[in-house]
Design a protein around this ligand. Structure first.
Ligand code: UT7
Length: 343
């Protein structure tokens, strides 16, 4: 876990200066899914809390959603200038190069540093850790951090469980150098992983392991595979532990948290997490019913939606947490600043 010895008291903190979200216009309802798969609206709603999800039209790639969300976050921040662009995604446009340089170019940001963060659904929390480090180390003064996914491209059309969960979207924040005690300052970012359980959430194909196997790709190896029940248990446990560590670093008790912004994986995971942390539903932000699970885009999109809807207000003490494949997880705290989501 992140050691105190790494913290330099005089290092600048990463401070949220802008936020924006973007979802594609396509809507896929539970009834749409049950028309072609052996599932029902009732099963999906009761087991996941999802009623409908956003889907990107044919021809729309992750960078397209990332550019739209990034533009909104830059508008929200009131300045079109950053020193680095990070795109957290598990559905990059290409296996190489990274998606971030193209996003930076299309946003007209010049020849800034740009790279992707690969931590599946924890990507935004990992990105916050990386951005905090870039700012603390004075590598960058302003960072655009985007979570973006076109997850429907990795859904096996025959897999009713995964099809019910995954969706497309993007969310972004602009982070600027500031002081640790000002609103918007990102607290200690607690990160962790457990590679011994990598099999629980995986896209098995498309990489060097498959190419070096000496066999042609297995049909369906480019689809997302998940062992749902075990993932559920791990998600609750890991997000709870990371959240407790982040709260302790901030000197907060769970009663101090005004809003919990957790990865929107499944409404039942969110309920179990709330019970573990003693944060009731009225202090939890949620958009999963209409947005589904958008992996690395989930937390920043939730922040943008909640700020727009007035559920998240300036001065709210916010706990953020996420869990994803790897396994990976993360959590941090911040006091929500006076920012208006960009449109
Ligand atoms: O973002 C991180 C990645 N993913 C997650 O965080 C997902 C974590 N896991 C979950 O959200 C839940 O485990 C699921 C929603 C995936 C599944 O819910 P569950 O309550 O754990 O169900 P289950 O896997 O234990 O399956 C219960 C039953 C099974 O049938 P049998 O074996 O009891 O006859 C499944 O085959 O539900 C069946 N089932 C479905 N039935 C109708 C699974 N998917 C569906 C479906 N419609 N879409």
């Amino acid at each position: 876990m992140n050691g105190d010895q790494l913290t330099r008291a005089d290092a600048p903190a990463a401070v949220v200066a802008g936020v924006g979200g973007h979802v594609p216009s396509g809507v896929l309802t539970n009834d749409d899914l049950s028309a072609r798969l052996d599932t029902t609206d009732d099963w999906i709603r009761s087991r996941t809390g999802i009623a409908r999800r956003r889907v990107a039209p044919r021809g729309t790639a992750t960078s397209d959603l990332a550019v739209a969300a990034g533009r909104r976050a830059l508008r929200s921040a009131g300045s079109p200038t950053v020193d680095a662009v990070l795109v957290a995604t598990m559905t990059p446009d290409h296996q190489a190069p990274a998606t971030a340089p193209e996003v930076a170019a299309r946003l007209g940001l010049g020849d800034v540093a740009a790279f992707d963060v690969g931590a599946m659904c924890s990507g935004f929390l990992y990105g916050l850790g990386v951005a905090s480090g870039l700012i603390a180390g004075r590598v960058a003064g302003r960072v655009l951090l985007i979570g973006a996914e076109v997850l429907t491209t990795v859904v096996d059309p025959e897999d009713r469980t995964v099809a019910a969960l995954l969706a497309d979207g993007a969310g972004a924040v602009v982070l600027r150098a500031g002081t640790p005690d000002e609103p918007g300052a990102v607290g200690r970012v607690v990160l962790g992983s457990d590679g011994t359980r990598g099999e629980l959430l995986k896209i098995p194909g498309g990489g060097s392991r498959e190419r070096q196997s000496g066999h042609p790709p297995t049909p369906g190896s480019a689809y997302f595979r998940m062992r749902g029940r075990e993932v559920f248990r791990q998600a609750v446990e890991r997000m709870s532990d990371a959240s407790r560590a982040a709260l302790e670093a901030a000197g907060w008790k769970s009663g101090d948290v005004d809003r919990l912004a957790a990865h929107q994986a499944n409404a039942r995971i969110l309920a179990a997490l709330g019970t573990e942390l003693d944060i009731p539903a009225e202090r939890q932000l949620s958009n999963i019913a209409g947005t589904g699970n958008t992996a690395a885009a989930s937390v920043p999109l939730l922040l943008a939606d909640s700020a727009r809807d007035g559920e998240l207000r300036p001065g709210h003490r916010l706990l953020l947490t996420a869990f994803g494949g790897g396994l990976t997880w993360g959590a941090t705290t911040l006091v929500w600043p006076d920012v208006v989501p960009g449109h």
